[in-house]
Design a binder for this molecule. Structure first.
Ligand code: ADP
Length: 517
């Protein structure tokens, strides 16, 4: 080992200098605000300054001779070893790491360590200096911040989840729901509301009438800001059961009924508004049809009443004038009265049908053995007398066709079909009623050569209140008879079909099982 020093200096001076530098080092070592330790090349403590002693919670005496890994937090030992190994391989004499020490008390101290390797004149690792800065507080602050961030993120996720759950629930609800912000801009549309408006979901923040074409009940376009949703959102109005018309993209119209309420927090903050909306198109149509039906029925009832009244008056006059009573004329007059009464009772049955009331109570059939041939001839006679321009021909492949049916209702089926055949062949002609019996079934075919049914109306002709386009406004009627006929036939387990061509005539075909079900 070669010693080299300034040859000008004497030994005394050299020693003095060394003492001086030693003292200076000592001073720094003792009073430095960072933890300093010296370690031998194996990593054992040679000396430890007061700050470092505090950091580790051991006195210098307790530390000297111990390996630094003994006071390193076990979880950080692998990291520490790896960093050291890397420095050795790369021959770096100064490096840093952040690690934890395990204090005697069991607490943890976080430190940022700077290691400097001091080499002797031969370049050999003589000892190392470790300077440690206590970053426990900083770490704790970081951790606290991360914890808060995590908490905040969790809270936000939870909120988003709650919002998603709310959206999912609102979306499933059968009632249409639209939510707007305080400016009236749409923020949420549920599925039922989408269906009513015939549009796919579009979260764009627009006003109700900017997204949907809406008319008020007078068919005037609703102005922006005047829709129920906007009025509730912007002006804080509460609107209940408002009706308006939605014109869909495809031009079809929906009658909508809705209520809009402003959403306000306890502290008065306005959040917007919620609109609930229902499609009342079918309901309104039914109401309209009922009104039409009632006025048609009132009109229809007057006709047979006038007939009855007229003939009754004639008969009374004859009798009161003491004129000789012509039996033929009398019985013709009585026949007219009877026909009028029959027509009246058919109409009353129709009216009862509208109210879903059945003669004989409810929907149960009063079955008994019925001869279809006999009943058909009687009904044909009743109907026939009412018209001078028509003939009704009844044909049957059997002298009698017995079935187990409700006679009152079978009568109604036949009367309805025959009176329609007469009514809808205004030019007169022959109405044919053909009865056949095959295995298990009786088949009734009622044909006329009247005005027929337009193809467009044919599929709906058995619907309640439905009347074909070629009769509406021209021939009196209510649109109830065929619906009633179909219901009676189905109650008996049978079927009804129609074949018709406009201007050519119509054939109604009823098939009834002959035995009870
Ligand atoms: P209404 O005769 O009172 O209108 P219906 O229910 O009996 O009611 O008949 C419904 C519609 O079916 C009629 O309005 C008419 O358009 C059509 N219709 C029924 N029977 C015939 C027929 N024999 N010929 C032509 N159209 C018919």
């Amino acid at each position: 080992m070669s010693m080299s020093h300034d040859p000008v200096l004497g030994v005394e001076e050299l020693l003095a200098t060394l003492r001086e530098s030693e003292e200076r080092f000592r001073t720094i070592f003792e009073s430095a605000p960072v933890g300093i330790s010296l370690l031998d090349r194996d990593g054992r403590y040679l000396s430890v300054n007061p700050v470092r002693q505090q950091m580790l919670g051991y006195s210098e005496a307790e530390l000297i001779g111990r390996h630094y890994l003994e006071v390193t937090h076990p979880d950080d030992v692998p990291l520490d070893q790896a960093v050291n190994e890397e420095a050795r391989l790369l021959q770096t004499d100064r490096y840093q790491l952040e690690k934890r020490f395990l204090r005697r008390s069991g607490e943890t101290t976080w430190a940022r360590i700077t290691i400097a390797i001091v080499r002797d004149s031969a370049g050999e690792h003589a000892y190392s200096v470790s300077i440690a800065e206590d970053i426990t507080a900083q770490r704790a602050a970081d951790e606290e911040r991360n914890r808060l961030l995590r908490r905040e993120r969790e809270a936000r996720n939870r909120l988003e989840q709650v919002a998603a759950e709310r959206d999912a629930i609102l979306r499933q609800i059968g009632e249409g729901i639209i939510i707007a912000d305080p400016a009236g801009r749409i923020v949420f549309v549920n599925r039922a509301a989408e269906e009513i408006h015939g549009l796919p979901r579009n979260p764009a923040g627009r006003l109700y009438v900017e997204r949907y074409l809406a008319l008020d009940v007078d068919r005037e376009p609703i102005r922006p800001g005047r829709s129920p949703l906007s009025r509730a959102a912007i002006h804080g109005e509460t609107l209940t059961n408002v009706e308006w018309i939605v014109v869909r993209h495809d031009g079809s119209e929906v009658v909508a009924e809705g209520s809009a309420i402003p959403v306000v927090l306890d502290d008065g903050t306005r959040l917007g508004a919620v609109l609930t909306i229902r499609d009342v198109t079918a309901q309104r149509r039914l109401e309209q049809e009922k009104d039409d039906f009632l006025s048609a029925a009132a009109h229809d009832l007057r006709t047979p009443l006038t007939t009855i009244k007229g003939h009754a008056q004639i008969l009374r006059r004859r009798l009161s004038h003491q004129q000789p009573v012509d039996v033929d004329a009398l019985s013709r007059g009585l026949e007219r009265l009877e026909a009028g009464a029959t027509r009246l009772s058919a109409l009353i049955n129709d009216l009862l049908d509208v109210a879903n009331i059945q003669i004989g109570g409810g929907t149960t059939l009063a079955r008994s053995a019925v001869d279809l041939v006999l009943v058909t001839r009687r009904v044909a006679d009743d109907q026939g007398v009412a018209s001078e321009r028509h003939e009704i021909h009844v044909e049957s492949n059997r002298p009698e066709i017995i079935g187990f049916w409700d006679p009152v209702r079978i009568d109604r089926v036949l009367s309805n079909l025959m009176s329609n055949a007469l009514k809808y062949s205004p030019e007169g002609g022959i109405v044919r009623v053909i009865l056949t019996r095959d295995d298990g079934h009786a088949i009734i075919r009622v044909s006329d050569n009247g005005i027929g049914i337009p193809a467009a109306d044919l599929p709906y002709i058995f619907d309640r209140f439905r009347r074909a386009e070629n009769v509406a406004g021209r021939i009196a009627g209510t649109g109830i008879g065929l619906a009633a006929v179909q219901r009676i036939v189905r109650q008996h387990g049978g079927t009804i079909e129609v074949e018709s061509e406009e201007g050519q005539g119509s054939t109604f075909i009823v098939t009834l099982p002959v035995d009870g079900p």
